[in-house]
Design a protein. Structure first.
Ligand code: TXA
Ligand code: MG
Length: 313
């Protein structure tokens, strides 16, 4: 931990576990260090980073003013997989927010992440520790596979949530969701009203491109037409209910109890597994109903299949 914290203080990059996915961290207040994140990830500079804090006191330094709703949300969901997009203070370098007047902030629940932030003594700017557009990492091995050039990796085993944080922004009427995660609209609504009226401008979620989380081999969401056209014996199925399992070359059933949280935990892990498996030519994922956590899962699946669907119909 001391070595990792020293790396951060020296302006280097450290990959670390959070409860959602592994992050690629740098001192958020050092623009030169933050530049290295964009270089190593090959991430376009228009896609802003989230800042990770360990204590609420850090929030006040990084954002301009905030209201009672922020305190309520923090009290209910932090530490945890919720990112708040708020007006940024002058302390936050432009490169972190891609020039936007707002900054995304979250307090991760993972003990190693918290210790790294505290020991380094600075907030950490950290995107997911994958190459831009590829599958997010849920283990240290996934980070090594995609980012062998990282200065240091803190290994905290498998992550416990498995998909990225829910990102929200506050408007006069309430909150809007910029990215779905395991903290759902319904849960957030118990604390702050949902703003269903105004439309989210594209600029407010600049990194929300259609293609993302893309495996190196063809991946498609299962539907009737797709299942008829493919050679199942060469396909790996990411199975949730078990109803599609027949005939597939390999099947990973992500939940034994039908809990969507399990799907979130094992989705990226299974995509990595099939991506590395030479016996598998194609990855098929079982869709789920778009309610609760199902929204976040379907969002990740659609982005993962996007390029492949374009190419192969
Ligand atoms: O769970 C997570 O959020 C993980 C872990 C490492 O904390 N991090 C993560 O970061 O998923 P990343 O960079 O892969 O995705 C963050 C997304 C960006 O694509 C961007 O769209 C959005 O957050 N974002 C960041 N700052 C924003 C801002 N000021 N306004 C709108 N969207 C913002
Ligand atoms: Mg990412």
């Amino acid at each position: 931990m001391q070595t990792a914290a020293q790396c951060i203080r020296d302006g280097k990059l450290v990959a670390f576990p959070t409860e959602t996915v592994y992050g690629l961290g740098a001192n958020a207040l050092n623009p030169f260090a933050v530049t290295k994140i964009f270089e190593l990830k090959e991430r376009p500079s228009f896609d802003p980073l989230i800042i990770h804090i360990a204590e609420l006191a850090d929030l006040d330094k990084l954002v301009l003013g905030h209201d009672e709703r922020v305190h309520k949300l923090a009290a209910n969901f932090w530490p945890g997989p919720l990112t708040l997009v708020l007006p940024k203070s002058d302390l936050v370098p432009e490169i972190v927010t891609s020039g936007l007047p707002t900054v995304g902030i979250r307090m991760p629940a993972n003990a190693i992440a918290q210790e790294l932030i505290k020991t380094s003594g600075c907030p950490l700017a950290a995107p997911s520790a994958n190459k831009f557009g590829r599958i997010s990492p849920t283990s240290a091995a996934h980070v090594r596979k995609q980012l062998p050039g990282v200065d240091y990796i803190l290994d905290g085993g498998q992550t416990t949530v498995g998909i990225e944080s829910t990102i929200i922004k506050l408007t006069e009427k309430g909150f809007q969701i910029l990215r779905n995660g395991v903290i759902t609209q319904e849960e957030l609504e118990t604390v702050v009203p949902f703003d269903a009226t105004s439309k989210i401008e594209t600029l407010s979620a600049p990194g929300m491109v259609k293609s993302h989380y893309s495996p190196r081999k063809r991946m498609l969401i299962a539907d009737e037409r797709t299942l008829q056209r493919i050679d199942k014996s060469k396909a790996g199925l990411i199975s949730f209910s078990g109803r599609l399992d027949m005939g597939f070359g390999k099947v990973v059933k992500v939940s034994q109890t039908g809990d969507l949280k399990d799907y979130a935990v094992r989705l990226f892990e299974t995509m990595h597994l099939f991506e590395e498996d030479n016996d598998i030519e194609l990855i098929i994922a079982e869709p789920v109903a778009e309610t609760g956590i199902g929204k976040a899962i379907m969002d990740r699946l659609r982005k993962a299949e996007f390029n492949w669907r374009q190419d192969h119909g």
